[in-house]
Write a protein that binds this ligand. Sequence first.
Ligand code: 2HA
Ligand code: ZN
Length: 274
Amino acid sequence: MRVLEAEFVQGFMRMADDGWQQGWHERNGGNLSYRMKAEDVAQVKEELHPAEWREIGTNVPDLAGEYFLVTGSGKYFRNVSIKPEDSFCIIEVDDKGENYRICWGLVNGGRPTSELPSHLMNHEVKKRVSGGKHRVIYHAHPANTIALTFVLPLTDEAFTRELWEMATECPVVFPGGIGVVPWMVPGGREIAVETSKLMEQYDVAIWAHHGMFCSGEDFDLTFGLMHTVEKSAEILVKVLSMTQTKRQTITPDMFRDLARDFKVTLPEKFLFEK
Ligand code: 2HA
Ligand code: ZN
């Protein structure tokens, strides 16, 4: 089958379009990766033409032999569905998890996203902790979430609790909470290590003054997660723009009632008295 006709590729392109339309991908901002299933690889196998091996810049031994769909470095989300062969690629990871090679796409040259170390280290952690279910890692620059990194304490507790309070669905959508990475230079192994540590327990990591990473099982869940967090951040920005003190909110006991009825576990560390 042609790569562009495969359902997983169509889903990837639609998600890129959706993110662009949300305004989360100015210029070449953001990146997206998908860990392909064996049947995805089998579907497009005859279209794959491996180029030379290159260093990933970190080690991901638990991803040895896996194939990924990844956006290209310097490429624009705006162009993903219009110039797909130029905008993203399929890569294969070698048997040690140290190198990758491009097998399809990026026809005009280029490399996978500058955040490849973060994507692959997150995939490695998520593959392990989700029992292989998580396949999508998504990085974007949503404005309200970024704005909050200038006014909230840069702690997992502050971000989780404030964003949970802004919409009743939030603790149900991300019951595990949100991790926060302090400002760091993007694009390298160091920020990848810090982000992937957070991915051990969270599906969302916020990069201070930069953006957000989300992990999920498929395109709908992962896009929906980013969308829910950013919507909640937008409500908080509106509230903080009106007042410094909320007149009423969702209290810790209300969260406990919600957790019981919706059968989710909300860690007590986020249900502190203020
Ligand atoms: O430009 O978002 O973090 C791509 C990025 C880098
Ligand atoms: Zn970024």
